[in-house]
Ligand binder design. Structure first.
Ligand code: ATP
Ligand code: MG
Length: 452
């Protein structure tokens, strides 16, 4: 296999045993393999991570069947190839799948040699497509989260990605703003062109112009070589203006001009160059307050903020914690070549009640550290650091910390669900799987009142 190009494969089959055995075989061959147990789950996965090849079961009970899933894949992710897995009596369906763009079929029971042969062929085809293209950024990091807030963000990403609409991403540090920016680029038609990041806070004043627009050789003392600026580098692709809340006023003026004129001029050159870039910006500051204090230009704000995306802090969507935990455990256990670790209920409760000032980044770093240092297979309360397990976070004394933790978690969980359902009691109770009266009782117990 080509060293640089590591194909990604997704197996969609409702039979877990098929997923597992196929995954095992393909992973042994060095492919990067994931699995999904339903069409919906598969599509969701594809929306988060580009996949080169999908194995798709034709017959899946309930929800989307193989044909529907195939249609959706071909429509939304046209670069992804599909091999159908067809059992007995699915010949007609297989033919239909062929017409819809499936490349090939595997019959059940699966035959190892045939599988590998077919995969090899498809991969060669995909490799051919990739060859000749320079090292483009390939989107590797999925966005994890099943809270209503994250689902809404995933949907927004898909909606805005194909457009040229400027996106402003706000949210606390470590919530995943950059991840969202990269995903928008990856799901846009610009994905084959560069994604260029500009850290607005880090560019010294005297270098702003040459950073952004480039300079000709000899344009000023020290300009010994021609330099292509960020906007020109991003031509055809996306420019990501990070930390825009910290951008100097002089830089703001310069950015505003490019956004208006779609042209740049290298320092020391009399010529203007047309640039076609999509702008995504991000900040953890409150820009309204910055505008108020005359630190940020209002006109620039309106230019950048065509489509706002706000990423909630982790503590306000703590329902995402179990999935994120699982994701990072999976990743870091793999990276450190140790069997996948688990988390005890007690530890999970502690983690759920912690307020995560560093958001997902803090969680990620914590899990990496634990995977490296914790000798036990199951992560327990005592394996957690002081700030999470420590006295500081325990309220109401030490008599019943576990009970406290559970109640606090439950209370926060209920508030979040209520918010997600616009405080509709019936809907919320349904979502939580409890009776309305039970929900009312819980709300009284925790003093939960509708926010105005
Ligand atoms: N929903 C998520 N699923 C998986 N990983 C995530 C998620 N959100 C954040 N991460 C991970 O957390 C880390 C921080 O994310 P990112 O750099 O995108 O945050 P940010 O909002 O840009 O932070 P900052 O404001 O400090 O720049 C990264 O390693 C990222 O991959
Ligand atoms: Mg960032």
């Amino acid at each position: 296999m080509n060293q640089q190009f590591k194909p990604t494969i997704l197996i969609i089959d409702d039979e877990a045993s098929i997923c597992e055995s196929l995954q095992g075989v393909l992973e042994d061959e060095g492919y990067n393999v994931s699995t999904a147990l339903s069409g919906e789950e598969g599509i969701h996965f594809l929306a988060n991570e580009p996949i080169d090849l999908v194995f798709l079961d034709i017959l899946m009970p309930g929800g989307m069947d193989g044909i529907e899933t195939l249609k959706e894949i071909k429509q939304m992710f046209s670069d992804t190839e599909v091999i159908m897995i067809s059992g007995h009596g699915t010949f007609d369906l297989a033919l239909e799948a062929g017409k819809l763009g499936a490349l090939d079929f595997l019959g059940k029971p699966l035959d190892l040699d045939i599988i590998l042969e077919k995969v090899e062929k498809v991969i060669q085809k995909i490799e051919l497509r990739h060859s000749g293209k320079t090292s483009l950024h390939r989107y590797k990091r999925p966005i994890i989260g099943n809270s209503p807030a994250m689902q809404e963000i995933l949907m927004k990403i898909r909606q805005v990605a194909p457009t040229n609409g400027r996106v402003l991403i706000t949210g606390e540090s470590g919530t995943g703003k950059e991840l969202v920016a990269r995903a928008i680029h990856e799901f846009s038609r610009r994905r084959k062109a560069p994604f260029v990041e500009v850290n607005s806070a880090a560019i010294p004043k005297e270098l702003i112009e040459s950073e952004l627009f480039g300079h000709e050789r000899g344009a000023f003392t020290g300009a010994s070589k021609l330099r292509v600026g960020k906007f020109e580098q991003a031509n055809g692709g996306t420019i990501f203006l990070d930390e825009i809340g910290d951008m100097s006023l002089s830089m703001q003026a310069k950015i505003l001009r490019v956004l208006e004129e779609h042209k740049v001029e290298r320092v020391g050159s009399g010529q203007t160059i047309d640039v076609d870039v999509r702008t995504i910006s991000a900040t953890n500051k409150n820009l309204s307050a910055e505008i108020e204090e005359n630190n940020f230009r209002e006109d620039l704000y309106y230019r950048l903020n065509v489509v706002p995306i706000h990423v909630l802090p982790l503590r306000e969507r703590i329902e995402d914690l179990p999935l994120l935990l699982d994701h990072f455990l999976d990743r870091f256990c793999r990276e450190n070549q140790r069997p996948k670790m688990s988390v005890t209920d007690g530890a999970l409760e502690m983690l759920s009640r912690y307020d995560w000032p560093g958001n997902v980044r803090e969680l990620r770093n914590l899990i990496e550290r634990i995977v490296i240092l914790c000798p036990n297979h199951a992560i327990d309360v005592i394996d957690l650091p002081e700030e999470i397990y420590g006295k500081k976070t325990l309220r109401g004394g030490m008599q019943a910390p576990l009970k406290d933790a559970r109640q606090e978690f439950e209370s926060r969980f209920i508030v979040n669900s209520l918010k997600a359902n616009s405080w509709n009691i019936t809907e919320t109770a349904k979502q939580l799987g409890i009776e309305r009266t039970h929900l009312h009782r819980k709300m009284r117990q925790y003093d939960i009142e509708r926010e105005t």
